[in-house]
Design a protein around this ligand. Structure first.
Ligand code: UD1
Length: 339
């Protein structure tokens, strides 16, 4: 079975390629390396013993994408990760986000239709729920107005997909990620943000290793037990495994509708301070952090109702918060000692 993984050198993409190859799938990666490095392909080959095919081009380019699909019209499925994902940047550069995230999706869908490629797994986000009225939040919860252009690209993409399946033979599984963290146990792949990290865990590990001076904890006046915001952190390898299950479900014609949505979370919420405590415990280091004001656009608390995913996909996130922070730390140390 041959699978295209767009964004396959990125954080979640690379972990998914490893799981796919380990399950016997043949993988082709397309990535423009705008936020990742070609060396990730070597790392994947080192972990799995198999070098995935890698083509470097931009899926926003309609002709190149059409040409790619003409050359690879025998794909059994596509997992589409390639997208921009920085919330703050999307506020400053909305058109860059809309063009990149939406045009690439449309080019892929056109390529699928033209070549009768049936199956697409789409990277969506819990950001589509905004601040949910009910917690844990289930897939049936209402979609709230997006807080950022980034979030809006995920909402619009889901709509584009729902409209497209009505007039084509394409099947779609949209996976709504909560907060993926951690790294592969080999410490050969992990999260590698360019520049100053926006996300909590890479900021923690970079502070601990001395690249950043101090972590700012955004807000301690939330309506939560310790006052800091709560998220559903999920190990990236658990998340990657769900993609293999989703693509298999499509190929094996186990879908119950042509458009399905699944939450990928653990079902547990942890506060920012709990993540910091976990990190300090597993790394036996003291983290330099200070409490500052809230970050604009942050929701107070969100965690998944993962019952539907657990039941329908036969999948469950297995790794604990300590395993997540420990693997992120192992990766940070290994990466810095190599570079
Ligand atoms: C955000 C997006 C999510 C997106 C993800 C990818 C929203 C609501 N969420 O997740 O859709 O997929 O980024 O990048 O838009 N924090 C600190 N200090 C820091 C960094 C973060 O205290 O230096 C706190 C945040 O305030 C938040 C938690 O840590 O409470 C997690 O933040 P982060 O890792 O940035 O993820 P989200 O904002 O939840």
């Amino acid at each position: 079975m041959k699978i295209l993984v767009t964004g396959g050198t990125g954080y979640i993409g690379s972990h998914t390629v490893v799981e796919l190859q380990q399950q016997g799938f043949e993988v082709i990666i397309v990535d423009n390396l705008s936020n990742s490095q070609a060396g990730v392909v070597d790392a994947i080959a080192q972990i799995t013993g198999i070098r995935p095919v890698f083509e470097k081009f931009d899926l926003v380019d309609r002709e190149m994408t059409a040409d790619f699909f003409r050359r690879h019209n025998d794909l059994n499925g596509i997992i589409h990760f390639a997208a921009y994902k920085a919330v703050g940047e999307s506020v400053d550069k909305p058109l860059m986000y809309y063009r990149n995230n939406l045009v690439s999706l449309m080019n892929i869908l056109e390529g699928m239709i033209a070549n009768n490629i049936p199956n697409l797994v789409f990277s969506s986000s819990c950001t589509v729920y905004g601040q949910p009225d009910e917690l844990p939040v289930a897939e049936t919860a209402p979609i709230k107005k997006a807080e950022s252009p980034y979030g809006n690209t995920k909402q619009i993409s889901e709509e584009v997909l729902q409209d497209t399946i009505k007039s084509s033979k394409i099947n779609v599984i949209a996976l709504r990620y909560f907060n993926p963290i951690g790294a592969h146990d080999s410490a050969l792949i992990g999260e590698l943000p360019l520049g100053v990290p926006n996300n909590l865990v890479p900021f923690i590990t970079q502070t601990a290793i001395g690249i950043r001076q101090q972590l700012s904890v955004f807000g301690e006046d939330y309506n939560t037990p310790d006052g800091t915001a709560i998220r559903d952190y999920i190990h990236v390898v658990d998340l990657a495994k769900a993609h293999v299950i989703a693509v298999s479900r499509m190929i094996n014609k186990k879908m119950k509708q042509p458009f399905e949505v699944f939450n990928l979370g653990t079902g547990n919420g942890n506060s920012v301070l709990e993540v910091i405590n976990s990190f300090e415990r597993v790394s036996a280091t003291k983290l330099n952090y200070k409490i500052v004001g809230r970050r604009a656009g942050d929701v107070e608390k969100v965690w998944a109702n993962a019952d539907f995913s657990n039941k329908e996909l036969g999948w469950k996130a297995e790794k604990s918060l300590d395993e997540m922070t420990a693997s992120a730390w192992k990766w940070e140390k290994a990466y810095r000692s190599r570079s």
